[in-house]
Ligand binder design. Structure first.
Ligand SMILES: Cc1ncc(COP(=O)(O)O)c(C=O)c1O
Length: 368
């Protein structure tokens, strides 16, 4: 039989360490490993999808997305992000993941350097590699924020800098000052900034600031996934300077044709409808953050209170991480997020308060 052959750029990519954890732990395991809301999609959004099915809105849509949704997203950018993007500058994708994929495929040539925080979201390095580029982590400071000066040193000659605030896996929210400094410097050096803002609504004290306010060469990536508890609906989008859109569309139309029609109508209801559910979820995440943080601080862990997303990145040492996972507390070891934080583990608090209290109690017992 012929030996199967695979392209080197794909062979070089490892499966996500997080996916494996979906099956981890026994029946008694407490799962703090998963990065998706534990809330159900709000009712009015589901109803919009059902109505779309009933009236037969089930065919292909325009490649870039239905005009009503692109219009609604344009208004959302003005209302929430202080950004002016015309509907023609917006492309609706199959989740934020596809938006990130399109950007890497369209911008990265073989050998191009792609910068992102290390520890950082698992997809950046993988998508950069699949596009033929060279992923390169940027270090964080002791408070788990991007070290702006170190990042600047790495920018010379890089092609893309991915900024993710609020950040996965750290929960860190970058300051306006840092975002401005990073974007201005990157753009001055000819580095395109990709701003991944999928956690923008889960910011607990500070205000979310969009990177595109500070530079021309910025691509904003976002999604309905986390904001509206819609991970399975697969709706994301990107917004960019006009000249980028046809290049992204080339890939999107051949690889994907369009995002799911039914989900696009659901997303239209999400972005134009009542935003109360988003605030309720945000308040609940904040209460859970405090519950988990205070519990872990009570056990002696010393790290800054995270300001956003629904993650906590905890310095606990590899031995205890392994002991916790063996003991049925599913958390994600820092190795899954890059090279620089093997002594940390990510705790997701997108789970009930009861689970969080049980996890802290169990961890305390394991440490006795
Ligand atoms: C930082 C970040 N960006 C993008 C995504 C992808 O989101 P989506 O489900 O919309 O593809 C995730 C999902 O975990 C994420 O954490």
């Amino acid at each position: 039989m012929n030996e199967h052959r695979y392209a080197a750029r794909v062979r070089g990519v490892e499966m996500s360490g997080i996916r494996k954890l979906f099956e981890a732990g026994g029946p008694d395991a407490i799962n703090l490993g998963i990065g998706q809301p534990d809330f159900d999609t709000p009712g009015h959004i589901k109803e919009a999808a059902i109505a779309a099915i009933r009236v037969g809105k089930t065919g292909y849509t325009p490649n870039a997305g239905i005009p009503e949704l692109r219009e609604a997203l344009s208004e959302k950018f003005a209302r929430e992000n202080d950004l002016t993007y015309r509907p023609e500058q917006i492309l609706v994708t199959a989740g934020g993941s596809e938006a990130l994929h399109l950007v890497m495929e369209a911008l990265v040539d073989p050998g191009d350097r792609v910068l992102f925080a290390d520890p950082g979201f698992v997809s950046y390095a993988a998508l950069a590699t699949i596009a033929g580029g060279k992923p390169e982590g940027v270090g964080l400071d002791a408070t788990l924020h991007i070290d702006v000066e170190r990042a600047k040193e790495q920018m010379d000659g890089a092609r893309v800098f991915v900024l993710n605030t609020p950040g996965n896996p750290t929960g860190a929210v970058e300051s306006e000052e840092s975002i401005r400094a990073l974007v201005e410097y990157a753009n001055d050096q000819g580095v395109t900034v990709v701003s991944d803002e999928v956690y923008e609504h889960f910011v607990y004290e500070k205000k979310h600031i969009s990177a595109a306010r500070f530079g021309e060469d910025v691509i904003t990536v976002n999604a309905a996934s986390k904001t509206y508890a819609m991970t399975g609906w697969r709706i994301g989008y990107l917004a960019a300077p006009d000249e980028y859109i046809p290049e992204f569309l080339k890939i999107h139309q051949y690889a994907q044709a369009c995002a799911t029609s039914i989900s696009q109508y659901a997303a239209l209801a999400a972005y134009t409808g009542d935003q109360g559910a988003v605030l309720t979820m945000r308040d609940e995440y904040r209460a859970r953050r405090d519950l988990l943080y205070d519990g872990l601080a009570g056990l002696g862990f010393d790290f800054p209170r995270p300001e956003g997303a629904f993650y906590m990145f905890v310095p606990m040492g590899r031995t205890l991480i392994a002991k916790a996972i063996d003991g049925g507390i599913v958390i994600v070891p820092g190795e899954a997020f890059g090279l620089r934080a093997p002594d940390y583990a990510r705790f997701s608090y997108a789970t009930s308060r009861e689970n969080l209290s049980r996890a802290v109690g169990r961890l305390g017992k394991l440490m006795e």
